[in-house]
Design a protein around this ligand. Sequence first.
Ligand code: GDP
Ligand code: MG
Length: 437
Amino acid sequence: NLSDKLDKAFHILKGHGKITEVNVADTLKEVRRALLDADVNFKIAKDFTTKVKEKAIGQDVLTTLQPGQLLVKLVKDELTELMGGDVAGINLSGTPSIILMSGLQGSGKTTFSGKLANYLKTKKNKKPLLVACDIYRPAAINQLHVVGDQIGVEVYSEPENKNPVEIAQNAIKHAKANGFNVVIVDTAGRLAVDQEMMDEIARVHKAIQPQETLFVVDAMTGQDAVNTAKAFNDILNFDGVILTKLDGDTRGGAAISIKSVVNKPIKFVGTGEKMEAIDVFYPERMAERILGMGDVVSLVERAQEQFDEEEARKLQKKIAKNEFGFDDFLTQIQQVKKMGNMKDLVGMIPGASKAMKDVEIEDDAFKHIEAIIHSMTPTERSKPAIIDVKRKARIAKGSGTKVEQVNQLMKQFDQMSKMMKMMQGPGGKNLMKMMGG
Ligand code: GDP
Ligand code: MG
């Protein structure tokens, strides 16, 4: 997927000690390819990389200490900008505020109508009314009633009436008479854009003059999503986009293209079938999701703040002399702990949040490790090689852990020592490199 591709692209940069203009061009070419693979429109992808390149050169990426990081940040900022920059709210100014849903059949209009009603009711203290204007399938009216029951929101429907304009108008009267302050009108969609559907939604739109017309689109439909968005926008000049089915492995490309083509903000995303699976759309988070990078930049900043140059130099010497032991390991852990809680930190490491999404991370994830090290004798700490089966059993018992946990730590320690040996460089940059810098 796109994230993996970009990981690869950034890897090209990370692999080089020094970045040349050629590297930057190569990397951006990869970035562009990744965007294209995710169904981002060709012109958008091209403009995007051109812009990043211009900015990169303007900022002298090539001469900074951490050109890779800087380029990553530029790509992220530019992507964020491309998706709208700031968070866009929805307009609830009317009495009642009328919200009209549009989109193809199966895009998730009915589900999202329920989610939005639930969101406004529970988070914004509103009294919403749901309106069933999908008159073609009896099951559609039913579906909205099921949703309404589930979230405790009233649903207005007229099963015998075949005129959606009338139903919508009657519903608004009903809302005014009964103290509803938001009216969410769910409409019928077709499997593809067709004239009849467009005429109908246009008539409803004209008749009820909604404060907010939302276009609902299935994020999995890629480039098609862009064409559909354009067709609906030409007719309705809608106010915002709802990107549904952004759960699972969905590519983020649609978010980028839609914003660029219709120039309307994405307001919410749907991330599952449940009523709670609704999120406000944050362009920056989406950019991070697409890049799969976590918040690399702020992680690096925090590492820089916390990392003690003096300690770093001492460590350097020990590694060089092969004297790195468990006491130093403990110091390292304490350094990392100073940076913040484990859950936050893992979320910031590129790839780690994905890899560890099913792992429950305790705030004090280092508790066991510290206990194990504390149960070692000073000699064991400085010469881990002497720790045999018998010693392991004693350490496990002393620290209240299992022998497997001791083994695991020994293995981690081993890997870390090897890695540190490999990463020797000038100054205090070792930790930074370990962080993916
Ligand atoms: P409509 O025809 O536009 O009203 O679409 P529906 O609301 O009936 O949704 C079509 C299908 O997509 C249903 O099976 C929904 O459960 C499912 N669906 C809607 N939104 C999401 C979402 O955000 N994630 C997932 N995984 N499924 C969704
Ligand atoms: Mg529906």
